[in-house]
Structure formats: structure tokens, C-alpha cells
Design a binder for this molecule. Structure first.
Ligand SMILES: *[C@@H]1O[C@H](CO)[C@@H](O)[C@H](O)[C@H]1NC(C)=O
Ligand SMILES: *[C@@H]1O[C@H](CO)[C@@H](O)[C@H](O)[C@H]1NC(C)=O
Ligand SMILES: *[C@@H]1O[C@H](CO)[C@@H](O)[C@H](O)[C@H]1NC(C)=O
Ligand SMILES: *[C@@H]1O[C@H](CO)[C@@H](O)[C@H](O)[C@H]1NC(C)=O
Length: 454
């Protein structure tokens, strides 16, 4: 089984026009947050995990990290050809600011971040990380900064498999020759991929079936010992793959910014019971069956559902961060049906907006983001099995308001861990563990042998 590239529907994301209201809003949030934070932090409804922030010390839960120098063809050279990195969109605006993309207003923490760009942001965060060491002999963790996702998307329409796979093979060949390799035969090395693992697992017999542009990187023997961080793992493969969040739009530098946002969305009026942001899929796409049922119930059939429809020729609405968040922060529940693959960036947009995710497959989050999500799914989400797909509104309406409020608090508590902080933020200023810190701490447990890999 090979991947269908998810950005089939992804149309050009315009650089948002500067708007006065947004900077004003964020400035006032910032101001409020400072007032709240410095006057009575114990009165806020949620807790921020503050890390001892006296200086730039490495958290003892995270091992010393070395970034393995790779030839530039594996990373920076790819960025030079950003116009041709994706057959669907010009990636140049998206790779800007180390992968955060275009800021929504000057010097804001909000960016129009592309969904498949985590590998760039992670690399930038790692470069500035207090646990980074320039000395490989003192390191326990080794990041391999290969932008494999951008490479894969640049080759999605390449029919010649020799050409399509060549850099993946080069990378695999390089691994055992790295000076850092021999100590653990690669088990302390890891790479980060901003696309789904399906895109790197072309099945060997794909000559007869469509291969959707995938290469075989993650099937090659040389990549079997390393850890692979990806936005979607293949759930049923007991493997060295771990899921990390899709990046959303908020890249704060400080815990105060985060606290202000969490306070604001907890009090946001939820005028609608449910929201769905997404497009149709052809009726024969079995994985997307729940979508058709949601679309039937959300729209003319109900005034309690808000939706943004993503159409191939409706470029902005679905990928306009302000529009997406404004819909999500006005709904109690956000529908998260599978589409081209099981997972969706939208799950992380919903968490950011304090909108309780509703899942139709356990592979959209529960079997994926185990490092990031509360162990008990019912604390922060709703799962609807196929027998309940025809009465979504009734099912959601039945959940008592007090339960809904508790779930929302749980969702809002998750925000720091699934957020990619601004890579330039100092540890001292930041004061919260973000998605990168969580991943590094989990990888540390693995290299130190306190947990074993499946
Ligand atoms: C906040 O922290 C306090 C003290 O650690 C704890 O008792 C309380 O339950 C926490 N509140 C939330 C919403 O997690
Ligand atoms: C981080 O800071 C450097 C130096 O001031 C600057 O050149 C760079 O643009 C900043 N990066 C981001 C992502 O803002
Ligand atoms: C694919 O590309 C390789 C390398 O450039 C070339 O040798 C080969 O002939 C090409 N194969 C086809 C079928 O065009
Ligand atoms: C991966 O680890 C195994 C031992 O667990 C070793 O036999 C194999 O050679 C390693 N692979 C590479 C490419 O180093």
C-alpha cells in the first residue's frame, strides 16, 4: 500500500494581507496575559507547566543532542529550489522563517505554516536547543537533518523510479559510513519527516498498482535501526516510527503568550455545536466514508454546524489560518474524519482552538500521537463508530455540558506539548516544553534503555 499525497487538494496559500485587527488583538492578549501572569497566576483556569527558567540549562530529561553534519544536498540545497519542491504549490513562502512560513502580521507568533513542514521547524529548534552539543563524543542523541519530506514532494510526479529514489538511496548508503554510527549501529540516530510515512514506504510490488509518488526510504535496510519521527506512522507496523504533531499556526516564544491564548479560547463563545473544515472525497475512497456522512448532516440540514468547504479551486478558505481558527473557536466539537490518509493537520488546529476533536478512526490520533495525548481518549475527544455516523448531532448533544467543559479544559491543557515553539526563543523566555522537547525526552528514554522500542 502506498501513500496518496495529501496535498492533492492543497492549493496555493496566499500570503495574508496585513490586517490591523490581528496585531491589535494579539497585543491586547499579550497585555492581558502579562497582567494575569504577574498579578495572580494561581487564578487562571489552567496551569502552565513552568520549567525552571533561570538560564539556558539543558533539561536532565533530555540527552545531549548532536546534529550530524550532512552534505548540503540533503537539506539546504533542496530549499534553493523551493519553486519546484511541490507539484501543487510554490513552497517558497512556506520554507521562509525556518519553516514557520509567513507571519500573519509583522513580528507575530502566528504564521501561515504549511502542514508538511515539521522537518524544517524541528531542525531549527534543535539548532537552538540548550541540550545541543558541538561534541559528538559527548552526545547521546544524533539528529540526521535530511529534509526527506520536501525531497519526496519534489519527486511526487517523477515517473522514473531511479531518479525519484536516488537521494533516498544516497542517504541510506551514507548512514553506516558516518563517524557517529558505529557506537550504536544507528540506534541513537533519528530523523524527522514532515510528511506521512506512507510516502516513504512504496511497496516493492508497486509496478502494477499506483504508487502515488512514494519512495522506499523507510524500507531500506540502512534505515531500520534509526528512529523516524513522522506526522503519520503506519499504525499496524511494529516499527521504529513515532508520530509527532503536524505544525499548526501558533509559534509562541513565551509561556505568557501561551497562557493568554489559552485563557482567551476557554472563554470564547461556542455558538455552534459542531464544525467541519474539509472537502469531499470520491465515493470510492473507502477511508473517507465518514466524510460523506458528515457533509450530509452539516450544511443545509443543520444550523448547528459550521463548515468551510475545501474545493480544489477555492484556494484560500481552507488554508486561511484566521478563517480556520475563527470557525473552530466558535464550535464545541470539530469533526476529524480521515481523508487521503488517517491523520489530519486539522486535529492540531482544533486543539489550538479549544475545539474538542471528534474521531471516526482510531488511527487519526489514538494510535499515532501516544507521546502527546492523554492516555484516556475520552478525556479530550469523542470517538464515533460507524453505527453512530448518521446521528452525529444527537450523539454530541447528549454529552452533558459539564463533561464538555471538562474535556475542553483537557484539550486546552494539551496545547503547549503539541505546539512548535519559535526556534529563536530562548529557553529562559520560553519556559514551557513544546512538541520538540517532548520528542527529545521520549527519544532519550529510548537511548538510555528506560523504555524499549516496539
Ligand atoms: C493546577 O495545579 C494544581 C496544583 O498543582 C492542581 O491541584 C490543579 O488540579 C491543576 N489544575 C488543572 C486544571 O490542571
Ligand atoms: C532568528 O534570529 C536570527 C538572528 O537574529 C534571524 O536572522 C532569523 O531570521 C530569526 N529566525 C526566525 C525564524 O525568525
Ligand atoms: C531513468 O533515469 C536513469 C538515470 O538518469 C536513466 O539511466 C534511465 O534510462 C531512466 N529510465 C527510463 C525508463 O527512462
Ligand atoms: C542494525 O542493527 C543490527 C543489530 O541489532 C546490526 O546487525 C545491523 O548491521 C545494523 N544495521 C546497520 C545498517 O548498521
Amino acid at each position: 500500500m502506498a501513500a496518496k499525497p495529501k496535498d492533492k487538494q492543497f492549493t496555493h496559500l496566499p500570503i495574508p494581507k496585513p490586517q490591523l485587527l490581528v496585531p491589535l488583538l494579539f497585543f491586547s492578549l499579550w497585555l492581558i496575559s502579562h497582567l494575569i501572569f504577574f498579578s495572580s497566576s494561581s487564578n487562571t483556569t489552567t496551569n502552565i507547566t513552568l520549567i525552571a527558567a533561570e538560564d539556558e540549562k539543558c533539561d536532565p530529561a533530555i540527552a545531549a543532542l548532536y546534529i550530524v553534519p550532512l552534505p548540503s544536498r540533503f537539506n539546504s540545497d533542496l530549499l534553493l529550489q523551493c519553486h519546484i519542491l511541490s507539484p501543487y504549490t510554490d513552497m517558497c513562502p512556506h520554507i521562509a522563517n525556518r519553516g514557520l512560513g509567513q507571519p500573519l502580521s509583522p513580528s507575530s507568533s502566528w504564521h501561515a505554516t504549511h502542514q508538511f513542514i515539521a522537518e524544517l521547524i524541528f531542525h531549527a529548534r534543535a539548532e537552538n536547543h540548550p541540550c545541543r552539543t558541538p561534541d559528538p563524543s559527548s552526545a547521546e542523541l544524533f539528529l540526521l537533518p535530511f529534509y526527506a519530506g520536501l525531497y519526496a514532494s519534489s519527486q511526487l510526479s517523477q515517473p522514473n523510479l531511479t531518479l525519484r529514489d536516488s537521494l533516498a538511496h544516497d542517504f541510506a548508503t551514507l548512514l553506516p559510513s558516518l563517524p557517529t554510527w558505529s557506537k550504536s549501529l544507528g540506534r541513537d540516530h533519528f530523523m524527522v519527516i514532515g510528511r506521512t510515512s506512507w510516502d516513504f514506504m512504496r511497496s516493492p510490488s508497486s509496478s502494477s498498482t499506483p504508487d502515488f509518488g512514494a519512495n522506499p526510504l523507510l524500507h531500506l535496510p540502512e534505515t531500520q535501526n534509526i528512529s523516524v519521527l513522522t506526522v503519520e506512522r503506519v499504525p499496524w507496523l511494529p516499527h521504529n516510527h513515532f508520530a509527532i504533531p503536524y505544525p499548526s499556526y501558533f509559534h509562541p516564544s513565551a509561556a505568557t503568550e501561551l497562557a493568554a491564548w489559552r485563557t482567551a479560547i476557554l472563554s470564547s463563545p461556542r455558538t455552534h455545536l459542531l464544525a467541519f473544515i474539509g472537502g469531499r472525497r470520491p465515493p470510492n475512497v473507502e477511508k473517507a466514508a465518514a466524510r460523506a456522512r458528515i457533509l450530509r448532516q452539516c450544511g443545509a440540514a443543520s444550523t448547528r454546524c459550521i463548515r468551510i468547504e475545501c474545493r480544489p479551486h477555492n484556494p484560500s478558505a481552507c488554508h486561511d489560518p484566521e478563517r480556520v481558527l475563527s470557525v473552530m473557536r466558535h464550535a464545541e466539537f470539530c469533526m476529524q474524519p480521515p481523508g487521503d490518509s488517517f491523520t489530519r493537520r486539522s486535529v492540531f488546529d482544533a486543539v489550538l482552538a479549544g475545539c474538542i476533536p471528534v474521531f471516526f478512526s482510531e488511527h487519526t490520533a489514538y494510535t499515532q500521537y501516544v507521546w502527546y495525548m492523554p492516555a484516556r481518549p475520552e478525556e479530550w475527544s469523542v470517538f464515533l463508530g460507524p453505527d453512530r455516523w448518521d446521528r452525529i448531532e444527537e450523539e454530541l448533544d447528549r454529552i452533558p455540558k459539564t463533561v464538555v467543559a471538562r474535556m475542553r479544559e483537557r484539550v486546552v491543557e494539551m496545547i503547549p506539548r503539541v505546539t512548535y515553539a519559535h526556534p529563536n526563543a530562548s529557553w529562559r523566555e520560553r519556559g514551557f516544553a513544546d512538541a520538540v522537547d517532548v520528542a527529545l525526552a521520549e527519544l532519550t528514554k529510548f537511548v538510555r534503555g528506560t523504555v524499549s522500542r516496539a
